[in-house]
Design a protein around this ligand. Structure first.
Ligand SMILES: CSC[C@H]1O[C@H](OP(=O)(O)O)[C@H](O)[C@@H]1O
Length: 412
């Protein structure tokens, strides 16, 4: 995950020979016990991998979905080489609909599949008789662009995060350190920066580097002395299983805690800031994220501890006015009743409510760290500006790919 050598673990890899392709996907449900991969050959297999959380994390889900659309288009082009552009578009829209239903809260999924359909529109507007093979080539290019843009955006987000922590948090840490005598058992030396992180938002949840964990990696790479309290994050335990695995790989000091321990740590003055990712950000700055985020942010707010949502602009959904309008995915009872699939922890017949996400009202956030910079309240106007900047950047990138498409079209 840290970009070293051929044997490095990767979240997903596109493998194509001629008109045959597969998506090699790290099966995250096996971590940390084992590192294993699955080969996916069509959109249905990708959608099932998203639904069963073999791949999870909003940006990673978006990248996988885009590749799933590319797999499907290649298969259609192979089975029906003379299919018309409009028929192909109809089939891909059906594919998008099925893919988008795999996990309804993470907007990166719908954002990515919409970009793929937009490419088809772009091509057909240039030449309505474009072949399915050519359209497939352009869709593969767009899926690769979505993947590569996510890695670059996360690194930019990480550097904004370092600047924000230096500006907002380090002075508070320094004044606290002046009052603290000696190191504490978990916090380490007084000058060390102690963060709480929720769920998993690292390279495993994205195309690379990560969002909130990406800020932590960037702080470490900048030589900051830091330590992380890792929320285990019930019920799927992404913190315990995935974040601890990534922090160990990166040799960043950390302690695993139960989600309910964050309040005590704040009460004891052991927390300098709280960072987490997002699955969808509404136009007013309300943040949908892994269940437990709201309680964490509220406790931090009550203690005057800075709270940052770390969000690529692809996760911002300006069509959703407030968090009240965000669909919250509910998952199976067994995720709560059976820890890692073991025996039930509650009496037979116990009723279960298992929302996978909650919504943190914008008023509990100190900032929203994006690749376009760190946004402070009032979030509405600032989110709109950041999204517009990102969309312009995407349009510029699309323009370059449009030129490449036109060259391909004229060469055919
Ligand atoms: C940068 S990942 C964003 C988000 O995705 C995770 O959810 P899940 O593991 O269920 O896919 C978690 O909410 C992260 O904060």
């Amino acid at each position: 995950m840290n970009g070293k050598g051929e044997d490095e673990v990767f979240t997903m890899k596109w493998i194509q020979k001629g008109d045959s392709a597969r998506l090699q996907l790290l099966d995250q449900s096996d971590l940390p016990a084992s590192v294993s991969y699955v080969d996916l050959h069509n959109a249905k297999e990708v959608a099932e991998s998203i639904r069963s959380m073999k791949v999870r994390g909003a940006p990673a889900i978006g990248c996988a979905a885009a590749y799933g659309m590319a797999l499907e288009c290649l298969l259609i082009a192979k089975e029906e080489p003379s299919v018309s552009g409009s028929t192909l578009k109809d089939k891909l829209q059906d594919t998008k609909k099925a893919m988008d239903e795999a996990r309804p809260t993470a907007v990166n999924l719908m954002y990515a599949t919409a970009r793929i359909v937009e490419v088809v529109d772009t091509i057909l507007n240039i030449r309505e008789d474009a072949s399915a093979a050519l359209i497939s080539e352009c869709i593969v290019d767009e899926a690769q662009r979505i993947f590569n843009e996510d890695v670059e955006n996360n690194k930019r987000l990480g550097s904004h995060g370092v600047a924000t922590i230096d500006q907002d948090v380090a002075p508070m840490r320094a004044s606290k350190a002046a009052k603290t005598e000696g190191a504490t058992a978990t916090n380490g030396p007084a000058e060390r920066l102690n963060l709480i992180h929720h769920c998993n938002t690292g390279a495993l949840a994205t195309a690379g580097h990560g969002t909130a964990l990406g800020v932590i990696f960037s702080l470490s790479q900048a030589g900051k002395n830091l330590h992380v309290y890792v929320d285990e994050t019930r019920p799927r335990l992404q913190g315990a299983k995935l974040t601890c695995w990534e922090l160990r790989e990166s040799r960043i000091p950390h302690h695993l805690i139960v989600d309910g321990a964050s309040g005590l740590l704040m009460y004891q003055g052991k927390v300098d800031a709280v960072v987490f990712g997002a699955d969808r950000v509404a136009a007013n700055g309300d943040v949908a994220n892994k269940i437990g985020t709201f309680n964490l942010a509220m406790a931090a707010h009550a203690h005057g501890i800075p709270v940052y949502a770390c969000v690529p602009t692809s996760t911002i959904d300006l069509t959703i006015p407030t968090g009240q309008d965000i669909v919250i995915e509910e998952r199976s009872s067994d995720e709560i009743l059976r820890v890692s699939g073991g025996a039930s922890i509650a009496p037979d017949g116990t009723q279960v409510f298992n929302p996978a996400f909650d919504v943190t009202p914008a008023r509990f956030l100190t900032g929203i760290i994006t690749e376009e910079g760190t946004l402070k309240p009032p979030f509405g106007a600032n989110l709109k500006e950041a999204k517009e900047k990102a969309l312009q950047r995407e349009k510029d990138n699309r323009q370059k790919s449009l030129l490449a498409i036109q060259q391909k079209l004229s060469a055919k």
